[in-house]
Write a protein that binds this ligand. Structure first.
Ligand code: DAH
Length: 347
């Protein structure tokens, strides 16, 4: 019984040295388990005389209580340490600035397109949308570019698998001009039984495609087509509408426009529209922004209208070009590279 104190001291020391709960339970078994040191001693009591047995039993029980108390204390310490480690690992620095959700932004070309739609809507134009995969007829023939016409080579395009009703291969539209025909025919059909037809006043913005790729040409780009057909629409109306469009778009009332004679199969006469700013880095330079003209009688006929009665103008301009001028962008490819440093400037 002499070694009881030593045993208690040994247990306390061992418990204190243990850093893992699992090891602590193993140590417990060595002292208090079925074949542990104290249990052995209790079993030994049977060999003692009746007088000796009681005090010896009391001492052993006292030692057992001490060891159990030491065990309990160490268990609690380890649990506490574990909790502290966990809290430290999950610590939140509430003084850090919050992480806000990243906001997306509209692409500059989309911004321009929306802007153009708003401008034309405000002066009574409808906004129409049409297919990017076109038939040969809408893209060329209906626009007065018959097969083998040299003007077709100006617009080399991408052909896709599949053919139209006439057996001609389908293609990616090279311009938004086929929308003149599509929209006008829809309009004519809609008012077929009416006593008079309201004017056709529409813009059709959207993607267009050509086999072209350099700093100023992309195989995919955007155009906006404009069309106004009625019984007495003139070139003066075109000039008024286009000048107003440019001044509103660029927020500059000093812009001037110039009509330069040109050729397109679907207009007669045809003109390139140039604009000039009266201030800023582009001051005084004539910049080409659009093709235009009076809609060719054959095209009016293809719309299902009588060219003796209906006249009007059309224009088609590149949206990237307008966007580059508006924001001072010098390389068209920036629009399509997906570089966040560029795109974020428009957010
Ligand atoms: N479609 C022509 C092109 O892409 C642009 C154009 C010129 C459209 C004259 C028109 C127009 O409506 O009248 O080059």
């Amino acid at each position: 019984m002499q070694d009881l104190n030593a045993l208690v001291a040994e247990a306390c020391r061992e418990f204190a040295d243990i850093a893992e709960s699992a090891h602590l339970e193993e140590a417990k078994a060595r002292f208090l388990g079925k074949s542990g040191s104290l249990t052995d001693m209790l079993k030994g009591l049977g060999k003692l005389s009746a007088e000796e047995r009681k005090p010896a039993g009391e001492r052993i029980n006292a030692a057992k209580n001490e060891i159990e108390a030491a065990l309990k204390l160490r268990r609690e310490q380890l649990a506490q340490q574990k909790l502290e480690r966990k809290l430290a690992a999950e610590a939140l620095d509430v003084t850090l600035p919050g992480r806000t959700a990243q906001r997306g932004g509209l692409h500059p070309v989309t911004l321009s397109q929306t802007r153009i739609e708003e401008i034309f809507h405000s002066i009574g134009f409808d906004v129409a949308d049409g297919p990017e995969i076109e038939t040969d007829w809408y893209n060329f023939t209906a626009l007065n570019s018959p097969e083998n016409h040299p003007a077709r080579s100006m617009q080399d395009t991408f052909y896709v698998d599949g053919t139209d009703a006439a057996g001609k291969p389908l293609l990616l539209r090279t311009h938004t001009s086929p929308m003149q025909i599509r929209y006008a025919r829809m309009h004519v059909e809609q008012y077929r039984h009416a006593t008079s037809m309201p004017p056709i006043k529409v813009i059709a913005p959207g993607r267009t495609y050509r086999v072209d790729s350099d700093a100023t040409h992309s195989p995919m780009f955007h155009q906006v087509e404009g069309l106004w057909i009625d019984e007495n629409v003139s070139f003066a109306d075109l000039k008024g509408v286009f000048l107003d469009f440019m001044r509103t778009f660029f927020e500059d009332d000093n812009i001037t426009v110039r009509f330069r004679p040109s050729y397109f199969p679907f207009t007669e006469p045809s003109a390139e529209i140039d604009i000039a700013f009266s201030s800023g880095p582009m001051k005084g330079k004539w910049l080409e922004v659009s093709g235009s003209g009076q809609v060719h009688p054959q095209v009016v006929r293809n719309m299902g209208l009588d060219p003796e009665r209906y006249v009007g103008f059309a224009f088609g301009c590149g949206i990237e070009r307008l966007t580059m001028l508006r924001y001072g962008i010098n390389d068209l490819r920036l629009f399509f590279d997906g570089d966040m440093r560029f795109l974020q400037q428009f957010g």
